[in-house]
Design a protein around this ligand. Structure first.
Ligand SMILES: [Zn+2]
Length: 252
């Protein structure tokens, strides 16, 4: 199998690290190219710094985490708590899909604890579809050509793995990330502004401890130390083959 191109796109800086960085590290080992993108720069992620200041800090943290992995990083410059589904937003996300030409897209789940996550999921789903329509115009600077096909689309876990009613959302499959877990944790630790904020609130290193607990819980599903779980979008006309699992099983 030729090396695959992977686009991981979630709402805020640190969401990708929490939910799928261990899997991305495994894919990278198998020769895949990884592009990480966040919808926002995390402008509401501070009780002390203003939106411009904290955004600058968090763009740097996200870039540092991507560098640690060996991935490219793009921020789409939406604003926290203001991601919405409209045609301008669809065009902006479609342009990222066209520029990165992914075989696999990993994104936020359709149901999650807050709307930036849910609407990111919707926009990415629309963008993966729209990107292959040549007559769909993104109105972006120097627009990329339409993609040749619709990529395989995967959703990460919602926070705590539950829907709005606290009912567990069962994943389709879980990836053993025990070998890449330390890298995932180191990537998460790059988001020092968020780690420090939580540490101040809880008096504990809840940022990293929470990630360790959740990854261990997912690992239990398949009898490994740490895991990350996914669901695959199977609506018409998306690929139904589990391209992600096939890529993980391929020779490095
Ligand atoms: Zn988030």
């Amino acid at each position: 199998m030729p090396p695959l191109r992977i686009l991981a796109i979630h709402a805020h800086p640190d969401d990708i690290e929490f939910q799928c960085a261990g899997t991305l590290a495994l894919l990278l080992e198998r020769g895949c190219t990884i592009h990480m993108a966040t919808m926002t720069a995390g402008d509401c992620g501070s009780a002390e710094l203003g939106p411009e200041e904290i955004s600058a800090v968090r763009r740097g943290e996200a870039k540092a985490a991507a560098d640690l992995l060996g991935a490219e990083y793009t921020c789409l410059e939406f604003k926290d708590l203001a991601v919405c589904v409209d045609n301008d937003s669809r065009r902006r996300v479609t342009e990222v899909v066209r520029r990165t030409r992914p075989d696999i897209v990993i994104t936020a789940p359709p149901v999650d604890y807050m709307s930036d996550h849910e609407l990111t999921s919707r926009l990415v789903r629309d963008a993966t579809f729209n990107a292959s329509c040549p007559n769909y115009v993104t109105h972006q600077w120097d627009p990329a050509p339409a993609t040749s096909r619709i990529p395989a689309l995967y959703y990460v876990d919602p926070i705590e793995g539950v829907d709005w009613y606290g009912v567990p959302i069962e994943p389709d499959f879980t990836v053993d990330i025990s070998r890449t877990f330390e890298l995932k944790l180191n990537m998460l630790a790059c988001h020092d502004s968020q780690r420090a904020w939580l540490r101040k609130q809880h008096g504990l290193d809840e940022y990293l401890d929470g990630c360790r607990r959740w990854s261990a819980q997912r690992g239990q599903l398949i009898g490994t130390t740490y895991g990350e779980s996914f669901r695959q979008h199977k609506g018409h006309p998306y690929p139904h083959d589990n391209v992600l699992l096939e890529a993980l099983r391929a020779e490095g």
